[in-house]
Ligand binder design. Structure first.
Ligand SMILES: [Zn+2]
Length: 476
């Protein structure tokens, strides 16, 4: 009889750890005991027969049977060959018409020619499925238990920790801390990644850092000793790499970096840039350094006639000193917020920031992806066409996210006034990005109207300035 031997190694139950070669050796002994001849050996490595994944060795075996190249099959155990009842049906369909017999080392001949033999094989397969299913449940339960106990999830080594996930590697830990501190100080993830690579600091897998890698390592809750399992957080048993304070600073830095997205709210030098328009021609006013009568220069809003390409963009007839305009706007905002409406506004904005944080993470991942697409193109790893397609898709997604983020974060701005602080106090302590967000929440646009006769006599605080020529259009 011409025998085919089939061997499969997998991590699951019977024969676990029994290498394919050992299975094949046992099968050879079986075949010689049956006075048969081995004509073919088929192998699959580390693929569970239960998962339904493609098994090339098994497919070749079935093909050899169909071709009539073999008279019998030898396997170590039925479950090496068939774990699912559906596999068995299929196997029977192939073997029965050709009268191909199946022998196992562990349980003798698998008699698929009689109804009783098939029933036994089916029962075996059914039990094998049952065991795999219950062991999947057991594995799930064990994972949850490990998470609740704050134990590591296993798998790849977490950067900064030994393989067991419990013991800190001081050298790597310093790298994580550095990346977090530098991001808080205003460096970009990309900048930090490039620097790590320049200093030949490898990742956990010994590779070069990318912006996403650096960021993923820096923002993982593991760093403050939190174990995440299925979106739930559990206190972990391993030591933290950074303090809660540093962690909060990091969250804040991430939020700040993301909250200033949008055409009106890119990080700018001036509070009102982008919000001020010419009262005559309605074009956006630029801030320029205008010469004063005494020869000194001070910033002013100016309606420009032409842009830097010489294109006509405005009337060029209106100009106003920046300082009194800003001062007036801030006073108006404070006045407007000093009403009972403010309490209601504050209350309604104090929603939780989970959604906002998720959006920010998403937005950040997209912008890093965009950055990496550019890197790939610049190193020649992708073609220009691939770059274009990838870039358009990433940019569109980024823009959509940015708009959503803008709306949500401006709504959230007022919610961030700390308890016990007046809006004025919060304003005085806040940075420019926060102030610009507040302006954006409240003001649609500011119009500067041309001076009129008699304005030279008007006084506003220390300035010669007529507040009546400034029109504020509130958002609501
Ligand atoms: Zn104008």
């Amino acid at each position: 009889m011409r025998f085919a031997i089939y061997g499969r190694i997998s991590r699951d139950r019977v024969g676990a750890g029994l290498g394919v070669e050992r299975q094949v050796t046992d099968c050879r002994d079986l075949v010689s005991g049956l006075k048969g001849e081995v004509v073919a050996i088929f192998r699959d490595d580390d693929i569970s027969a239960y998962s339904g994944k493609h098994r090339p060795g098994y497919e070749s075996l079935l093909q050899a049977i169909k071709n009539g190249d073999v008279d019998a099959v030898a396997v170590w155990h039925q479950d090496r060959l068939l774990r699912r009842t559906i596999d068995l049906e299929n196997y029977i369909e192939v073997c029965q018409p050709l009268n191909v017999a199946t022998y196992t080392v562990k349980a003798g001949q698998l008699d698929l020619t009689t109804p009783a033999g098939r029933a036994v094989a089916k029962t075996l397969a059914a039990w094998a499925s049952y065991e795999v299913e219950t062991s999947t449940d057991r594995v799930k339960a064990a994972k949850l238990q490990a998470a609740r106990a704050g134990k590591p999830s296993g798998g790849n080594r977490a950067y900064g920790y030994e393989q067991n996930g419990m013991v800190i590697i001081e050298r790597e830990c310093a790298v994580v801390r550095e990346s977090i501190e530098r991001f808080i100080a205003g460096h970009s993830w990309n900048e930090i990644a490039l620097d790590f690579n320049a200093r030949s600091i490898p990742t956990a897998k010994g590779n070069k850092w990318s912006a996403i890698n650096v960021r993923n390592v820096a923002v993982r809750p593991r760093n403050i000793s939190i174990r995440v399992h299925n979106d739930s957080e559990y206190p972990a048993q391993w030591p933290a790499l950074v303090s809660q304070d540093t962690w909060d600073d990091l969250q804040l830095a991430i939020m700040k970096g993301q909250a200033i997205y949008g055409k009106r709210s890119y990080a700018r030098k001036h509070l009102l840039s982008g919000f001020v328009f010419c009262g005559l021609c309605d074009s956006r006013m630029k801030i320029i350094n205008a010469q004063q009568r005494d020869g000194s220069y001070s910033p002013a809003f100016s309606c420009r006639k032409k842009d830097h390409r010489g294109q006509v963009v405005g009337c060029g007839k209106v100009k106003r000193k920046k300082d009194p305009v800003e001062d007036l706007i801030v006073d108006c905002i404070m006045y407007r917020l000093d009403t009972p409406d403010l309490a209601a506004l504050l209350a309604s904005s104090k929603n939780d920031t989970t959604e906002l944080k998720a959006l920010m993470r998403d937005h950040e991942t997209q912008s890093l992806r965009l950055q990496e697409i550019l890197n790939l193109y610049s190193t020649g790893d992708i073609t220009f066409d691939e770059y274009k397609i990838a870039k358009v898709a990433a940019a569109a997604r980024l823009q959509a996210l940015g708009r959503e983020l803008d709306q949500k974060s401006t709504r959230n701005t007022l919610g961030q006034v700390p308890a016990g602080q007046s809006v004025r106090e919060a304003w005085d302590r806040a940075d420019l990005a926060w102030r610009r967000q507040l302006v954006d929440t409240l003001i649609d646009k500011i119009l500067i109207h041309p001076k009129q006769l008699g304005d030279g006599k008007a006084r506003y605080k220390q300035w010669i300035f007529n507040p009546d020529r400034v029109e504020i259009r509130w958002t609501s």
